[in-house]
Design a protein around this ligand. Structure first.
Ligand SMILES: [Zn+2]
Length: 241
């Protein structure tokens, strides 16, 4: 199951942990003047890390508001809404185009994919590059709804092995375990799981299944369909549709 943050599980990062994170992750000031750190495609507000840790806030009443940048054309707006429907079909979620709401996702066409984790308050940018991949957009929406990457679960070492030697130098932090709560079975096929060769510097696997789970390896990095566990996890987080 994807990595769901529980509102009741708040694990603030210490100053020392924040410094360590800032040293390895990309730190910058966002459009709204917030200090943020980016871990791969996930963006966290530093103030929230020091109060809530990686536990992203849920969207109030399951309503996620969004607005499109003028650089998103009609075709891609339709694609975005189709990705939203994948989540609203499986959980008590509504995706609503913003009128004057304060908290919303600002969807932009960009050269990479990225999203804030959870509802952070105020406008929060979502960059989309892979418009033709519905489940890459759904992956970014997963972050906006509060999910982190599946292989960062606390229990992941029972299921996968991380091959540090094959990871691009400086990208190892993307494979660190994050203090998050999980609800069900580890899901190799989750749309929130990295692929087998994510951040590989030598085309050798960076993530492998532990003995007994080798047959799951081909499913890692799936962006072609939402799994039953992705669906069940979101339903447990926001309620059934
Ligand atoms: Zn991601």
């Amino acid at each position: 199951m994807a990595n769901f943050f529980d509102e009741t599980l708040v694990s603030p990062l210490s100053r020392c942990e924040l410094d360590e994170l800032s040293a390895v992750a990309h730190s910058f000031t966002d459009d709204e003047g917030r200090e943020v750190v980016q871990l791969d495609d996930m963006i966290f507000v530093v103030d929230e890390l020091s109060t809530r840790g990686f536990s992203g806030r849920k969207w109030t009443n399951g309503k996620l508001y969004y607005a499109f940048s003028s650089n998103v054309d009609q075709t891609n707006r339709t694609r975005f809404r189709a990705a939203c429907a994948e989540w609203s079909n499986v959980a008590d979620l509504e995706f609503i185009e913003r009128t004057n709401q304060q908290n919303y996702v600002y969807v932009k066409s960009a050269s990479t994919n990225s999203s804030y984790c959870g509802m952070i308050g105020g406008p929060q940018r979502m960059n989309i590059y892979n418009w033709r991949w519905k489940f890459i957009i759904a992956h970014e929406l997963g972050h906006a709804l509060g999910l982190a990457h599946e292989q960062c679960r606390n229990d992941r070492d029972s299921f996968v092995e991380i091959n540090e030697a094959n990871i691009i130098d400086g990208k190892e932090h993307n494979f660190d375990i994050r203090n998050t709560r999980t609800y069900s079975a580890y899901d190799f096929a989750s749309i929130m799981h990295y692929g087998r060769k994510a951040f590989s510097k030598n085309n050798l696997p960076t993530i492998e299944g532990r003995p007994g789970y080798e047959d799951q390896e081909p499913y890692m990095g799936n962006r072609r369909y939402m799994t039953a566990l992705d669906a069940a996890g979101m339903a447990s987080h926001y309620g059934a549709p």
